[in-house]
Design a binder for this molecule. Structure first.
Ligand code: COA
Ligand code: ZN
Length: 318
């Protein structure tokens, strides 16, 4: 087993920032659209190339993201930067296309209970909604990515069977979807659970790019990333400062933190194209925006070779 990237072809990792979607969606107080846009624009300036920026879902379900169209208008688009958004149905697809998203993300839960809580319908109906909107996306030439929620365990039903993942991924594949994202909605993934799921999906689909979306609910998010890297996964989803949660799952907490993920990747020899110091600045700005401390660690401790003066240390200890 090796823990660092070796050949250059293997070294590039795509970090998809989901904080303004997965993170902001659980904030009770409405965050002004300009503030949301400022976070994304600062992240673009720090070198982040991929975002799940917002959701084109029912504003009744997620009031915080009711401003999805206005937000998209305020983002500084750059070549090579992908702005994606969650889309649950045809209505959402039309809104997302009008807002010129670069990618739509369909999402279905691997368990019936979570699907009901999240989308208010059984898995079969949720997949039928996806089947209805994929042609709309195609008509606008917008690629679709298929996300599976509670992919590594469900707070209502327990462990997620690999067969449930394969069934949903099969439907996505039949619809022409070639990007898959496995969501660990409530942080139930562990290294063996990740290995089992990713191995089964990689064996079944040689033509699907797989991304992993971990939450750090039980503190093993970055250990799971290392397993993914070992298995050849080169895309991970994370939230700036460790924002996050799912309003429809008890005990859900923050995503793995973007700046901690980028620190791990860079220290392990992977390239992300992201400037870590600037990323930490944005993380601190997000703490200021929300008015509370957030879980990110590297923004507080600095990088490992950060040096302190002895004088400063004595004062801190004394
Ligand atoms: N965009 C905007 N409005 C939408 C919409 C969309 N994509 N889809 C539905 N709506 C509106 C409907 O027009 C309707 O509005 P009205 O009550 O004013 O007439 C209302 O939302 C309910 O629509 P309905 O089709 O009856 O859906 P529902 O109440 O069964 O909800 C979903 C189904 C999928 C729309 C809703 O559960 C949802 O948006 N869930 C998203 C959950 C989410 O984002 N979770 C976090 C991510 S893991
Ligand atoms: Zn999530």
């Amino acid at each position: 087993m090796r823990f660092s990237a070796t050949d250059s072809a293997d070294r590039s990792v795509l970090v998809t920032e989901v904080g303004t979607r997965d993170g902001f969606q659980v904030e009770a107080e409405f965050i002004p659209t300009e503030s949301k846009a400022a976070v994304i624009n600062a992240l673009i300036d720090a070198g982040v190339r991929s975002f799940e920026a917002t959701s084109f879902v029912s504003p009744r379900a997620i009031p915080q993201l009711a401003d999805a169209s206005q937000l998209m208008d305020q983002l500084h688009r750059k070549p090579g930067v992908r702005l994606s958004a969650l889309v649950p149905n045809a209505r959402g697809a039309e809104r997302a296309a009008a807002a010129k998203v670069d990618m739509m993300v369909c999402f279905v839960s691997a368990s019936e209970s979570h699907c009901q809580a999240n989308l208010n319908k059984p898995i079969a109906q949720a997949l039928a909604d996806v089947a209805e909107f994929v042609p709309i996306a195609r008509q606008y030439n917008i690629p679709v990515r298929g996300a599976i929620a509670v992919a590594f365990g469900c707070p209502f039903e327990g462990d997620t069977a690999v067969d449930s993942l394969l069934r949903i991924a099969d439907t996505y594949h039949e619809l022409g979807v070639r990007h898959l994202s496995l969501g660990d909605t409530t942080g139930m993934a562990t290294p063996p659970v990740v290995e089992r799921a990713v191995d089964a999906l990689q064996r079944r689909f040689s033509d699907m790019a797989i991304a992993l979306h971990f939450h750090n609910t039980r503190g093993v998010g970055l250990a799971n990333v290392m397993v993914g890297l070992q298995m050849g996964i080169r895309e991970f989803e994370s939230s700036i400062a460790g924002l996050g949660g799912c309003p429809f799952a008890p005990g859900a907490s923050g995503n793995i933190c973007t700046e901690d993920l980028v620190y791990l990747l860079h220290e392990s020899g992977y390239d992300t194209g992201i400037d870590l110091d600037r990323l930490c600045e944005v993380a601190r700005q997000v703490e200021a925006l929300l008015g509370r401390g957030l879980p990110g660690q590297v923004m507080k401790a600095g990088q490992r070779l950060r040096r302190f003066t002895l004088d400063g240390a004595r004062r801190a200890v004394g």
